[in-house]
Design a protein around this ligand. Structure first.
Ligand SMILES: *Cc1c(COP(=O)(O)O)cnc(C)c1O
Length: 434
């Protein structure tokens, strides 16, 4: 595969932009090789600048559930652009998008739009702290909630670790109130609540974790978090930036039949434009300025282009059967990979929820990944690196890291899925241990 132009551009890019990219994983750091410069996308395909075509299972890291340049989204954007791209004044399209989301997710009674998932989680936590008049928050190792200072903590072995920042530049004071607990470990959360009675403002969790690979929250775990928060007057925040309209049309919360106090959204609800949102119980949301005292603002929040792309996307999904169809293809892909692994004695752990999936290559059989520790211990990142490049060479773009989820769109055909599985099989047979 010729990647000459991408290679040259990447070298040039590194002189202009740190690491050559505007978000770190794009640089292929954990898999090596040349990050592709994309020229265009259509449906399930992207073409790089050297003319290579790939079936895309990253889909801009989740948002493009209708694939690239979907006619409904493109048309909505064209129309919005012709009417003016930003006003900093209310428009009806914000109400339309708010209504679609509120109808789909019963726990959300009111919603505020922001411009990224990072802003959504950051604001939801400020709101939870304002509402409870407490400072401490609980997050889980391996859950990613964007890059706000207080959330850039993952370090957590043992039961509960007091947060130490993951990145230089994050003052220890900022993360001192962030308590990190292992994912899926309800006992550890109970211990934290016992040790700090009346001090926990919020628990923030990815109900299905999609930033340490793909790990489902156990039902008892998530349900237990809800009970603990209720009994301790703490705010339960579901970070559904990834899972909202991806795991299910009502997010993971409807799959698990849970009722978080606040929910963070992003990705799919912006249809490929920069959007985030946080919403939830009216009683809490009424504290957001100007209805209440908690300050949060945004020059471009509720931007007409972003709202239009999101609305066109959600309207295409809701009530149409499109989502179920994509979910079936996703299941076929994930289960197909599992079968190929089994038939060839290559241990893999796959999972799927709605239109998202994950596949870990394991260092040995008989182990299960349920949290960040086990993900780091059992995932065979070297084998994933080989897999990633083997798939890329055959024209299939999976995430350039073992610890990311995969995504399917309405534009992936059954043929695409079958061709993908054939390519997976070729790789797995070549890896077969004798
Ligand atoms: C992507 C993501 C974020 C951050 O969203 P950005 O738009 O990248 O700031 C937060 N939480 C989860 C679960 C995500 O997947």
């Amino acid at each position: 595969m010729n990647t000459k132009r991408s290679g040259e551009l990447f070298e040039h890019a590194k002189k202009l932009i740190p690491g050559g990219v505007n978000s770190p994983v794009r640089a292929f750091g954990s898999v090596g090789g040349v990050p592709r410069f994309v020229e265009r996308g259509k449906g399930a395909s992207i073409w790089d600048i050297d003319g290579n075509r790939y079936i895309d299972y990253v889909l801009s890291w989740g948002p493009l559930i209708l694939g690239h340049a979907h006619p409904a989204v493109a048309e909505a954007l064209r129309e919005a652009a012709e009417h003016g791209t930003s006003f900093g004044m209310p428009t009806t399209i914000e109400l339309d998008l708010a209504q679609v989301i509120i109808d789909a997710m019963p726990s959300i009674e009111m919603i505020r739009f922001v411009n990224s998932g990072t802003e959504a989680t950051m604001s939801a936590l400020r709101l939870a702290r304002a509402h409870t008049k407490r400072d401490k928050i609980i997050k889980f190792a391996g859950c990613y909630h964007g890059h706000a200072d207080m959330l850039l903590v993952q370090a957590g072995s043992g039961v509960a670790t007091l947060g130490l920042p993951d990145s230089p530049g994050v003052p220890e004071g900022t993360t001192a109130d962030t308590i990190v607990v292992p994912y899926n470990d309800l006992e550890a959360v109970k211990e934290v609540f016992l040790a700090a009675p009346g001090e926990i403002a919020a628990v923030i969790v990815e109900p299905i974790a999609a930033n340490m690979g793909f790990v489902k929250g156990k039902h008892e775990f998530l349900n237990g978090l809800q009970t603990l928060c209720k009994n301790n007057d703490a705010v339960l925040i579901f970070d559904e930036v990834m899972t909202g309209f991806r795991a299910g049309l009502g997010g993971a919360q409807r799959i698990y039949d849970l009722d978080p106090d606040l929910t963070c959204l992003g990705k799919v609800i912006g249809g490929g434009l920069p959007v985030g949102a946080y919403g939830g119980k009216k009683e809490i949301m009424q504290s957001v300025a100007p209805a209440g005292p908690m300050y949060q603002a945004g020059t471009l929040s509720g931007n007409p282009l972003a709202m239009s792309a999101g609305l066109a996307t959600l309207r295409t999904l809701v009530g149409s059967g499109v989502f179920d169809d994509v979910s079936k293809k996703t299941a076929k892909l994930a289960e197909g990979i599992a079968t190929i692994g089994k038939e060839n004695d290559i241990p893999v752990q796959t999972g799927h929820a709605g239109t998202m999936f994950g596949a870990y290559f394991l260092r040995r059989s008989g182990v299960e990944i349920t949290d960040y520790e086990t993900a780091k211990r059992h995932a065979d990142t070297d084998q994933y690196m080989k897999y990633f490049h083997a798939m890329l060479e055959q024209g299939f773009y999976f995430a350039p890291s073992q610890f990311e989820a995969g995504f399917v769109s309405s534009e992936h055909t059954d043929d695409d899925i079958e061709n993908t599985l054939r390519a997976v099989e070729i790789f797995v047979k070549s890896e077969r241990r004798t």
